[in-house]
Write a protein that binds this ligand. Structure first.
Ligand SMILES: Nc1ncnc2c1ncn2[C@@H]1O[C@H](COP(=O)(O)OP(=O)(O)OP(=O)(O)O)[C@@H](O)[C@H]1O
Ligand SMILES: [Mg+2]
Length: 298
């Protein structure tokens, strides 16, 4: 698959502070790439460098295999900070002005309004928009020039649960439309819900990079309950159990690689026990993320 972005030891120092340290990233076409990291980990600084608004101290990056130029930047739409819209103008008029500035085809406006679900409110003044609508208009404005890549910095910040869900749906819709998306987030749950790939940053250092799908792989935890006095002893006899814990009246069996709930169920059944509760839980991204951070002391 075509490489859209690659960074080579991309670095930014602010005085003594190293905000981004020798970052090597690769984003391929069609990915929804999450940059996950706590506050101050260097996400915005990285996006700023990629957009040409922050000068790298060292290292380099390329878009579509070429160094960044005015020409490559035209293929990128970004929502970095709150964009400036005219409060007294409608969403539609604001996008028309935007299209004019960017030399974009005004015919795109109707489509992008549809994508961000603002068609019904397009003629209302910007100042009457809710925070979620303002954020959606910002996304629309980044899309108006029909870029190949969309960059979003914390797209759901400050929104309520409804607003967050709407933005996530919109991001998925844009990705389904074939665009490559790079988004910064400090929310594990967000990255897990919308991204296909992700990188984890901590104090400017890359801690992990890979597909989001991999996160669920590895150990499984199976919750089990059955009416049997010696259940805990029996569970220890099961060859697939790595360890057992009792939590809220349920047993949690940490499975060995390659063993699944159905194996445990069959084992119990062979002993004449019928499980009243059997539920597989994957190890969450959060746990992995915390492990990654704990494993790699900077
Ligand atoms: N213009 C600047 N001058 C000095 N230091 C800066 C500047 N911009 C960022 N920093 C510092 O660089 C580090 C990384 O900041 P950055 O904003 O990139 O982090 P972030 O991951 O986007 O954090 P957040 O989740 O809070 O948005 C922080 O320590 C920050 O204080
Ligand atoms: Mg930031």
């Amino acid at each position: 698959m075509e490489t859209v972005l690659s960074t080579d030891k991309l670095t930014k120092h602010f005085g003594k502070l190293c905000a981004v340290n020798q970052l090597d990233l690769e984003v391929k076409r069609g990915q929804v790439f999450g940059m996950l990291g706590p506050n101050g980990s260097g996400k915005t600084t990285t996006l700023g460098m990629l957009m040409g608004v922050v000068n790298p101290s060292a290292g380099s990056f390329s878009w579509f295999g070429e160094p960044a130029t005015h020409h490559t930047r035209k293929k990128i739409g970004a929502v970095l900070e709150h964009p400036i819209f005219y409060p007294y103008l409608s969403g539609q008029k604001n996008l028309e002005l935007n299209a004019l500035i960017k030399g974009a085809d005004p015919a795109n406006i109707a489509k992008v309004l549809e994508i961000v679900e603002l068609t019904a409110r397009k003629d209302d003044k910007y100042q009457t928009y809710s925070l979620g609508m303002k954020q959606r208009l910002a996304i629309a404005s980044a899309l108006v020039s029909d870029p190949i890549i969309l960059i979003l910095d914390e797209p759901t910040n400050g929104l309520d649960p409804m607003g967050i869900a709407e933005i996530r749906e919109i991001i998925k819709r844009i990705a389904a439309d074939g665009k490559t998306i790079i988004l910064a987030s400090h929310l594990l749950d967000e990255v897990q819900k919308v991204c296909t790939h992700f990188a984890v940053l901590k104090r400017g250092n890359l801690m992990h990079i890979g597909p989001v799908d991999d996160v669920g792989k590895g150990e499984e935890i199976v919750e089990v309950q059955a009416y049997h006095d010696d259940l805990s002893i029996l569970l220890q006899e099961f060859v697939g159990s790595a360890s057992i814990k009792k939590e809220n009246g349920l047993f949690e069996v940490m499975m060995k690689e390659g063993y699944h709930a159905k194996d445990l169920n069959r084992f119990l059944f062979d002993k004449g026990i019928v499980a009243s509760h059997l539920h597989t839980r994957q190890k969450s991204l959060e746990k992995q993320f915390l492990e990654i951070l704990a494993d790699h002391k900077v």
